[in-house]
Design a protein around this ligand. Structure first.
Ligand code: ADP
Ligand code: ZN
Length: 725
């Protein structure tokens, strides 16, 4: 066999290797780009996708042939282009991105058919029992049915059916398993929309109906009906025969959203996130590929599902930092949703009460469309926000709730209403200190303090998961009983609340107490049924909920997110506090919010107290523009890590010598990362700042390619970084 007498195709494999390999196509096989095929690689067989573009010539001796084609709908062109695009943007191997799009290899095989039975047209004469006769009677004129169903309908044991089949009196046929996704009911009426809502809904629905690329920002205060509006756009896409994707940041907590969806369309959507069990993942992946699953609600990875005909993408809470994936292939699902919409020529909707500066800027310059819902539905008033100056409050040591907030809590409970205490810190105390020698308990493999979790009685590292029992003696000076918990976490607030309001029922809601969708659902139910008076929670309770009796929100430490000098610290803190505040007073009951801070003069607190979101955003944008920061300039992080501190320092020096400074690019560093050691690996960082017109990826690739770095050092590139740790 010579290479030029055979047909060659390029096959991309879901592995971090090259750009795909050439394979010969056996004569009897028809393949086209997008087909899933099984190919030999070394001594094993792997599944890949026939990719577009010329296959490279391969010496005949090395050329291998495709082993077979899988019985699975091909990956559509938009998805293939998307895989290539993400790889080149994120500077990752295309195979690594393909792997995300093939996350459930089991789903590539069709589901096992169900054996069913039908009656023979002219059955031979055999011995008939009444039971056998009943089975045959049931089958007459009806469709084939599985043995168990047949037995049930005929009121006989399964063995009777089996006996008939063995005697050759039944024909066995293979039936496709029943559909696992019932189509949504698109005729069910929705709520009557307000005129602002209707305008936005009409525009989005028209875009979904017509198709074509567009990005529209749907901005509106919490409770203004954004969800109701985009559900109309989803409906329009489905009516046009397309699939819809709704991305949510923390899917496990979308319980209320899912319920609304069911109320509107009569069925639950397909759900996609890391905790979905394997069997369901498999069914979902396949149903998305066949087009049977029409609506997918999922976390960021849902973007990489093999849609047959995606017609709209909604990104709810588009400003949320959890859309950024910081490991493996580093990408921002919000940004990639826009790319996917572009490649698929479909509309996308970015939804938020507090759009990110990047998105707001795109709306302002007209690149994105914009709808603003200014009022809360039903005219519910936005809550009053009181900034509590903690410097002026008289606080006993070991207490974190100010007298003002305690008074408001008392009033709320007396009125039989609910309150939320928000503190974005899990556990009991963020730091344990020895009162004898001043030693602080630290993680052995990270630059991080150990956090005390009293509910499980452990000290834990929140970066690597290391944990230990709380020692009796200080590990440093060996003095006993002097270890002291510093600062509060949600568990410690619970203690304070119990002292202050012993009769009040409360629940602690953090990612370590609410671990699954069902636990989240149970939490929502308990709050809705008013089984709890008080919720003490981290950011998992900050978004998306409507609790009509929740009228008081206390932000215990508003300054928490402002430390660290992160580019988006102020923006993120504002967004979070604004969201949390939005939990108060959703229905006819007005809400109150108390924000405790030691920095009342900080711009975030000032803007919150006067309710000036627009002014805050404009000032932030101005500052970013002055400093050439995103979205007015580009950023990339270069993170070096190694178990060997020498090796990582050598690599940092080498990269520093070859750094492509100038021509619109500025390179800061190398510097020790704030998380200088993580899971035992030493870390150094560069921060690359570039003008908007610089081809950042090209320059970074050249830089890395011409620098010799020991293979003991891992080099990670983070385009558009959100974390600077
Ligand atoms: P957002 O997504 O902006 O926070 P939602 O869409 O969740 O707002 O709406 C807040 C609450 O108001 C929900 O309970 C929703 O069902 C209700 N709502 C919004 N618009 C309408 C409307 N036009 N008719 C009836 N109920 C509405
Ligand atoms: Zn650690």
């Amino acid at each position: 066999m010579t290479a030029d007498s055979v047909r060659l195709v390029r096959v991309l494999l879901p592995l971090p290797l090259g750009r795909g390999y050439s394979y010969a196509v056996p004569d009897e096989l028809r393949v086209s780009p997008g087909d899933f095929v099984s190919v030999p690689l070394g001594t094993r067989k792997v599944i890949g996708v026939v990719w577009d573009g010329e296959a490279e010539e391969v010496p005949a001796a090395k050329l291998k042939a495709i082993a077979g084609k899988l019985d699975c709908p091909p990956m559509v062109e938009a998805t293939r282009r998307f895989v290539d695009w993400v790889a080149s943007y994120a500077m990752a191997a295309p195979g690594s991105v393909l792997r995300m799009a093939m996350s459930v290899p089991e789903a590539l095989a069709p589901p096992t058919p169900i054996r069913a039975f039908a009656a023979l047209p002219s059955p031979p004469e055999i011995m008939m029992t009444p039971a056998r006769q009943r089975v045959l009677d049931v089958l007459v004129g009806g469709p084939p049915r599985p043995a168990s169903e047949l037995a049930r309908e005929a009121g006989v044991g399964v063995s009777v059916v089996k006996g008939l089949a063995d005697a050759g009196l039944l024909i066995s046929v293979d039936m496709a398993p029943p559909a696992s996704f019932t189509p949504p009911d698109l005729d069910a009426p929705g709520p009557t929309l307000s005129s602002d809502q209707q305008t936005a809904a009409d525009d989005l629905a028209a875009k979904a109906t017509e198709g074509g690329y567009s990005v529209t920002v749907l901005e509106g205060v919490p409770g203004s009906g954004k969800t109701e509006v985009y559900i109309e756009a989803v409906r329009a896409a489905l009516l046009a025969g397309k699939q819809a994707l709704v991305l949510l940041p923390e899917i496990a907590l979308g319980a209320q959203w899912l319920d609304r969806f069911r109320q509107r369309f009569g069925v639950l959507p397909a759900i996609w996130h890391s905790e979905v069990p394997m069997a369901q993942r498999r069914a979902t992946w396949r149903a998305v590929a066949t087009g049977e699953a029409q609506i997918v609600v999922g976390a960021r990875s849902a973007l990489f599902l093999p849609y047959q005909a995606l017609g709209i993408i909604v990104v709810d809470e588009e400003h949320d930092a959890s859309f950024k994936q910081d490991e493996g292939v580093i990408y921002n699902a919000r940004d990639m949703a826009v790319v996917r919409a572009h490649l698929g020529e479909i509309p996308t909707v970015l939804v938020s009460a507090t759009p990110s500066l990047e998105t707001a800027n795109n709306a302002e310059t007209g690149r994105y469309g914009l709808h603003v819902l200014a009022d809360r539905h039903g005219g519910a008033a936005l809550p009053d926000i009181h900034v509590v100056d903690m410097r002026a409050e008289k606080m006993d040591s070991g207490n974190w709730l100010s007298p003002q907030l305690v008074k408001a809590l008392g009033e709320t409970f007396a009125a039989k209403e609910q309150a939320l205490l928000y503190l974005n810190r899990r556990g009991y105390a963020p730091l344990t200190l020895c009162r004898a020698c001043g030693h602080r308990l630290k993680c052995p493999s990270c630059t991080a303090w150990l956090v005390e979790h009293r509910l499980i009685d452990r000290l834990q590292c929140h970066h690597c998961g290391y944990s230990m029992a709380k020692p009796k003696a200080c590990p440093e000076c060996k003095v006993e009983d002097k270890l002291f918990a510093c600062g509060p976490g949600v568990e410690r607030l619970a203690e304070e609340v119990t002292r202050l309001f012993p009769e009040v029922t409360f629940t602690v809601a953090a990612s370590d107490t609410i671990r699954s969708a069902s636990e989240a659902q149970e939490l929502v139910r308990r709050i809705e049924d008013r089984e709890v008076d008080l919720i003490i929670g981290t950011q998992i309770v900050a978004k998306g909920y409507h609790f009509p009796y929740l009228t008081l929100v206390g932000v215990v430490d508003a300054d928490l997110g402002l430390e660290g000098g992160d580019l988006r610290a102020a923006e993120r803190t504002f967004q979070l506090l604004y969201q949390v505040a939005g939990r108060a007073g959703r229905a006819e009951r007005p809400g109150r919010v108390f924000v405790q801070t030691f920095m009342p003069e900080n711009k975030v607190m000032k803007a919150l107290s006067v309710g000036d979101r627009a002014g805050f955003v404009a000032a932030e944008a101005e500052e970013r523009r002055d400093h050439g920061m995103p979205p007015f300039g580009r950023l990339a992080g270069v993170i070096l890590s190694s178990v060997d501190a020498r090796a990582v320092d050598d690599a940092a020096s080498a990269l520093n010598r070859t750094a492509p400074r100038g021509q619109g690019m500025e390179i800061l560093g190398p510097a020790q990362a704030p998380l200088a050691v993580l899971r035992g690996r030493h870390r150094r960082r560069f921060l690359v700042k570039a003008d908007r017109n610089v081809n950042l990826q090209r320059r970074l690739a050249d830089w890395i390619a011409r620098t010799r770095v020991s293979d003991r050092v891992k080099v990670q590139l983070d385009i558009d970084p959100y974390s600077f740790l």
